[in-house]
Design a binder for this molecule. Structure first.
Ligand SMILES: NC(=O)c1ccc[n+]([C@@H]2O[C@H](COP(=O)([O-])OP(=O)(O)OC[C@H]3O[C@@H](n4cnc5c(N)ncnc54)[C@H](OP(=O)(O)O)[C@@H]3O)[C@@H](O)[C@H]2O)c1
Length: 280
């Protein structure tokens, strides 16, 4: 059966792949981004009804993170607008080990919509499509929490789980914790990427205070620094958040992607061999 599905974050790390997966399954997809027409903008609630009009389902990716102030109200507003528009089902991307995100999950659970919650561990793709890319390119990765062992998850796996959740009612009412099959420290990650690229990359453990100071010195805004402080301390700093889950295998019938496969695949794409743009 064909559904009309709004994918928010449709140009982002998981949304882009969810769009591709849904199109391969012959679904009608609307891109929920600021540049689409109708546009979807988290910062402009008046854009939500137009983006939801005529949709049966929605994939919700809140940006930048469900932990930030205002996220709870936004998820409340969006799910209410979705119900009013006649949407039947929502799949929410959430963060594993984030208490604030769990409050937002409850909004979706109590919304009256059918739902699936997909709680993800930190993404592999943070090292190739996000804030950890530049340190990899620079060959010098200075990060706090050297002792944290993290079951990084591949966004290919998340997207496949989300597509299944959107298309198959057997996933209604379920919460899936999506992780990779193995825990890695930042030192392990750097070693894997060095091996895959053949480049020398150095990992330097720093304290949380030093890391915040580095972000400040780089001119990053205070809300960005607050979010990273939260994600490192609350999410990475708690070993209970790093249990390996078998939910990817449960939903997809195959093992979750190992970090070394991601590292090899990404190295062969050439993205880790670019030079960093220099400012003059
Ligand atoms: N990264 C991780 O390791 C991780 C782990 C667990 C959970 N998560 C969750 O994943 C979600 C996405 O995080 P991400 O860092 O991976 O980002 P991402 O999905 O790559 O984010 C970029 C997307 O967000 C859209 N976007 C940005 N600002 C927007 C706005 N004001 N209104 C509408 N769309 C907007 C962009 O669309 P435009 O084309 O309009 O710019 C783009 O499609 C967050 O809720 C986060 O908590 C992330």
């Amino acid at each position: 059966m064909t559904s009309n599905i709004l994918v928010t974050g449709a140009t982002g790390k998981t949304g882009r792949k969810v769009v591709e997966g849904l199109l391969r399954r012959n679904q009608n997809v609307r891109l929920g981004t600021r540049r689409n027409n109708p546009a979807f903008d988290w910062d402009d609630p008046s854009s939500w009804p137009g983006a939801l009009e005529g949709m049966d389902k929605v994939y919700i990716v809140y940006y930048p993170d469900l932990a930030v102030p205002g996220a709870y109200e936004a998820i409340q507003g969006l799910t209410e607008a979705a119900k009013q528009a006649g949407v039947k089902k929502a799949v929410l991307l959430s963060g594993k080990g984030e208490k604030e995100a769990e409050r937002c999950e409850q909004v979706v659970v109590n919304s009256g919509l059918d739902y699936t919650l997909v709680r993800a561990s930190w993404f592999n793709q943070n090292f190739s499509e996000s804030f950890l890319m530049d340190p990899i390119l620079a060959g010098h990765v200075a990060l706090p929490m050297p002792e944290a062992e993290i079951p990084f998850v591949d966004t290919d796996d998340i997207a496949e789980v989300v597509v299944e959740a959107l298309l198959d009612d057997q996933h209604n009412g379920k919460t899936y914790e999506v992780t990779g099959p193995r825990k890695l420290t930042f030192q392990d990650v750097v070693k894997e990427i060095s091996q895959a690229t053949g480049r020398k990359i150095h990992y330097q453990p720093v304290t949380m205070e030093e890391y915040s100071g580095m972000m400040k010195a780089a001119g990053l805004p205070s809300d960005y620094i607050w979010l990273f402080d939260y994600l490192f301390r609350e999410v990475l700093g708690n070993p209970d958040n790093h249990t390996i889950s078998k939910d990817v295998e449960k939903v997809l019938g195959r093992e979750a992607t190992d970090f070394s496969d991601y590292a090899r695949r990404t190295a062969s794409s050439g993205v880790w061999n670019q030079s960093i743009p220099q400012t003059i």
